[in-house]
Design a protein around this ligand. Structure first.
Ligand code: ZN
Length: 198
């Protein structure tokens, strides 16, 4: 799924009003599996001057990037961290580590069913197995247009839950912007699909 959906879903499921540290741990945990991509892509573009097609068509599928993705999207690693956090749950660090790992595990659990040609090694370092899903959150040959709608539905429910939970103005501004972005993203996606189809 797209990064914001992961964060919205994890926050809707786990956040609590007034628990600032807990909510930050959830946000960081929900985002961290994607962080390698957000550092790698600008680095390739601006430092190495790589073109978009070479980056996403070739380099992305080669060892350095695929290894980084595997490290940051590992069920065994976040699972182990969750257990360590759970064992230390009497202390603040334990609680935060547990909730951080849970948010990351929710991210992986919602990515695995919708990564098709770009399946991840979700069980590294135990196994290099990849689940090549018949569904994709963006690839049109793998029902991306329908998965995208389901994703938007999940995002909107999460936005609704968070809107009610957090009455502060800044929270409502951020949620409102995200809701608008999902609508725009769907429109752009559909227009592009029509364009390619014609
Ligand atoms: Zn992801």
């Amino acid at each position: 799924m797209n990064s914001p959906t992961h964060s919205l879903l994890a926050l809707a499921l786990l956040s609590k009003k007034g628990h600032t540290k807990r909510n930050w741990a959830i946000f960081i945990g929900s985002f961290i599996p994607d962080i390698a991509i957000y550092i790698w892509a600008p680095y390739q573009k601006f430092v190495n001057g790589v073109s978009g097609s070479e980056m996403w068509g070739k380099l992305y599928f080669e060892a350095p990037m695929q290894n980084l993705i595997a490290y940051f999207n590992s069920f065994p690693i976040y699972g182990a961290l969750a257990i360590i956090g759970y064992l230390g749950k009497a202390k603040t660090w334990g609680k935060l580590l547990f909730i951080f790992s849970l948010a990351a595990l929710i991210h992986l659990a919602t990515d695995m069913p919708v990564h098709g040609h770009d399946a991840y090694r979700h069980f590294w370092p135990i196994s290099d197995w990849r689940f090549y899903s018949p569904l994709s959150y963006y690839e049109t040959d793998l029902h991306g247009q329908w998965v995208g709608l389901v994703e938007m539905f999940i995002a909107f429910i999460s936005i609704f839950v968070l809107w009610k939970r957090f009455p502060k103005l800044w929270a409502k501004v951020v949620l409102g912007i995200l809701a608008a972005l999902y609508v725009l993203m769907q429109l752009a996606f559909r227009l592009a699909a029509i364009h390619i189809g014609s």
